[in-house]
Structures are given as C-alpha cells and as structure tokens.
Design a protein around this ligand. Structure first.
Ligand SMILES: [Zn+2]
Length: 225
C-alpha cells in the first residue's frame, strides 16, 4: 500500500517508528497506521455509497463517529467541486434546469413548493450544479389563497414540461446526471433543507469521477487539511 511508503501530505519517504507510527522524512508529520487505515477504509465506504449505519456495523466504529466522518467527506466533495468548477468556468457549457421532489412528497399537491430547483451545467462531460432559491416562501400564501384548481393545472403543466425536456435530451450527460442523482439520493431517506446542497454536491463529485479518482481526491484532501 502506497501510504506505508509515501507521506500522504507531501509524498516524501516515510520512516517506520518503533511505536508503530509513520514519520515523514520531509514534513516530519507523524501518524499512526491504525488511524490512516481507518480514514482510508471510511473513504472507500463513503465512495461506495455504503450507509453510515452499514459501515459502522462492518468496521466496528460507532455510528456517530462514522456519520461525522461522512459529513466531513461530504464537505470535501463540495469544496473539490468548487475548485474544479473554477478551472472550467470560462469554458463553453450547456445547462438545464431541474426540479427535484423527494419521493415521499411527490404525490402532495403543494409538492412544487418543496422542490429543490437547481441548474445543471455540462462542461464537456464535467457536471456542475447550482442550487436556486427555494419556492417555500410562497407556499403559505398559496395555500391561504386556496386557488387549488389553477395550481393543479399549473403543476401538471410543469410536470409535462420537465418530462418533455427529459425526452428531448434523453441521452445527454445532464440527463444522465439527473438519473444518477435520483437513484442515489434515495440512500439518504429524507434530507433536510440545510443539508441538501451538500448531498447534491456529493453526487456531483461522485458522478464526475471514477471511484479510484474520487477515493484518491478525498484522501489527498483529508490529509492536507
Ligand atoms: Zn510529508
């Protein structure tokens, strides 16, 4: 394993200390093998879409601990996604608008107000998402106005339109990302509003990279921070 011979921060040669730790010949950082092993195992589980609960049972680390590591990895995904966007933002791209409604809310008539609206940009097969402001603030007013008939009509029109967009663009990279996102967000049952952006970024990051790349990027990021 590379991490036994190479410093994860600066890639220089490592000494194996008598107490089982590794010491970098250049930056002098000391780390325990157990700790590195634990972090890398958790990064693999996260990238393989294993839930915090499953992981916690498999590797015998408390659920709370795995959960908080996964939150850190998710923040890293968001931060790497922004860095990668910075490199591409001046390039040409295509984009589409998307409304995501959680499975459990799809049948409610006021579901549109709980939808997450995000723009999806395709920079030559590299996806970037931008979350738009929520429509929630209009929900109460709408319910009070009780203009249900008009509302339902509008909602059907909206659903038809998003379907048309999907069909027209059937095989492009943006639609592929939406399908991917809809499929994997289900792992997390009920994401709260404040965290949604991080879950979106998690899957943007995973979609843009092979598993090997993703693991390597997170390892680099983790040991750099
Ligand atoms: Zn080093």
């Amino acid at each position: 394993m590379l991490w036994l011979t190479e410093c994860l921060s600066c890639h220089n040669y490592l000494y194996h200390l008598g107490d089982g730790r590794l010491k970098c010949s250049k930056c002098n950082k000391k780390r325990s093998k157990e700790r590195i092993n634990k972090i890398i195992t958790l990064i693999y589980a996260f990238i393989n879409n294993e839930s915090a609960l499953q992981t916690s049972k498999r590797v015998h680390i408390s659920y709370v601990s795995v959960h908080s590591y996964f939150n850190v990895f998710r923040l890293f995904c968001a931060s790497i996604a922004e860095e990668e966007y910075e490199l591409r933002r001046h390039n040409e791209c295509e984009y589409e608008e998307y409304f995501y409604i959680q499975e459990s809310k799809k049948h409610k008539k006021e579901a549109i107000f709980d939808a997450y609206n995000f723009l999806t940009f395709d920079y030559n097969t590299h996806i970037y998402t931008l979350l738009m402001p929520s429509l929630k603030q209009y929900k109460q007013q709408f319910l009070e106005d009780s203009v249900e008939g008009a509302y339902i009509e509008e909602f059907h029109r909206f659903k038809r339109q998003s379907y048309i967009i999907k069909v027209k663009k059937r095989y492009n990279n943006i639609v592929e990302f939406w399908d991917y996102f809809e499929k994997y967000i289900r792992i997390y049952k009920g994401v709260d509003d404040k965290s949604f952006i991080y879950f979106l970024k998690e899957f943007e990051f995973k979609y843009n990279h092979t598993k090997e790349e993703a693991v390597e990027l997170l390892i680099k990021k983790y040991f750099k921070e």
